[in-house]
Write a protein that binds this ligand. Structure first.
Ligand code: AMP
Ligand code: MG
Length: 333
């Protein structure tokens, strides 16, 4: 599998000015960085440490692959259920359902059995049989996950159903980190978890944070564009993050629940919005919906912008955005 140069995150960011304290950890299977500006180094380091501890705590709840996680317990017991869950997991599942509704079912956490099948084939680089996919697709429909807020329970109406929060968990982790930083009195910070970003306040003196969006089909240094953000999130889903090529076709990790196959149409879909959970879920869902329907879904959420990258017939890329960006065509949803 030729991962390089596509494997690394799309986003670079610039913040090399004085007075910025940063910390980095490997969490959520990626490199997570937090930069804080405008406070003493000691105060910044305490806040960064608290934010990372919070992410570590929560990531244990959402780990699909850890049989001891709360999510795994739900996957074991929700059929026939009901199974009582923490308020935290319940609210993430509720957000997942809202994002499914906004994206007309393209984002669907019950896609887990099909995603697991695809992921099991990544090391050999061979797509699964259509019959295997079809069989597992019958388990996929988020409407068969019943959430009962009165007693905080979850049940699945189909045996074999499972949920995977991989398309939204990083957004939730970023939200927790931002919350902790604010509790520690931080007003200006940039959270960058594997290229997905939340900007808190500004870089300094009302100068916004600058986020470079990298070219998904070029080397690491090539940028598509740079955007300025304050108090917004920038999340990208793309076909270059995990993939293999078989018979000249790229098979990646974002699965269209309508077909059971990797979604076609976009190279990447970037969402710029207020809430990181929505940014993460919408990026995944809109990527699946494609360059025509994705933007329409994104605009259902207030204060939301997007950048879409499509592949052209000649193997190049076409970039469009809801924002006014130099050199990029403006696209209305
Ligand atoms: P992201 O990189 O945020 O787009 O998330 C990709 C991850 O989301 C995959 O690795 C899967 O775990 C999960 N996923 C794949 N397809 C879907 C889908 N249709 N709906 C929700 N989650 C998905
Ligand atoms: Mg996502």
């Amino acid at each position: 599998m030729n991962k390089w140069p596509y494997l690394l995150p799309l986003l670079l960011f610039f913040s090399g000015c004085a007075g910025i304290t940063s910390g980095t950890r490997n969490l959520l299977n990626t490199s997570c960085e937090i930069k804080v500006s405008g406070v003493s180094r000691g105060k910044a380091l305490r806040a960064i440490d608290a934010a990372f501890r919070e992410v570590e705590r929560a990531s244990a709840i959402f780990n699909f692959y850890d049989s001891k996680s709360e999510l795994s317990r739900v996957n074991r017991l929700a059929y026939p259920g009901p199974v009582r869950v923490s308020a935290e997991l319940f609210s993430v599942l509720e957000d997942a359902v809202k994002i499914s509704e906004i994206t007309d079912g393209a984002f669907d956490v019950s896609i887990a059995p099909v995603v697991s099948l695809w992921k099991s084939r990544f090391s050999e680089g061979l797509p699964p049989q259509t019959s295997e996919i079809r069989q597992l697709l019958s388990l996929v429909d988020y409407r068969n996950m019943v959430l009962n807020r009165n007693d905080m329970t979850v049940s699945f109406t189909k045996k074999g159903m499972r949920v995977d929060l991989g398309g939204i968990a990083k957004g939730y982790a970023v939200k927790l980190a931002a919350g902790r930083l604010r509790e520690y009195g931080i007003r200006n910070a940039l959270i960058n978890f594997g290229g997905d970003i939340q900007a808190i306040g500004s870089r300094r003196n009302d100068t916004p944070w600058k986020v470079g969006i990298r070219h998904p089909r070029s080397n690491r240094e090539t940028l598509l564009t740079t955007i300025e953000v304050s108090d917004r999130c920038v999340f990208t889903s793309g076909d270059y993050e995990r993939f293999f090529i078989f018979n000249g076709i790229r098979y990646h990790h974002i699965i269209d629940p309508k077909t059971g196959y990797p979604a076609r149409g976009c190279v990447s879909f970037t969402i710029i919005t207020d809430d990181p959970v929505y940014a993460d879920g919408l990026a995944t869902g809109c990527f699946i919906l494609g360059p025509v329907n994705g933007p329409a879904s994104a605009k259902r959420v207030p204060h939301t912008d997007f950048i879409v990258v499509e592949e052209t017939d000649k193997g190049g890329v076409r970039v469009s955005s809801s924002m006014n960006l130099p050199g990029i065509s403006k696209k209305s949803p």
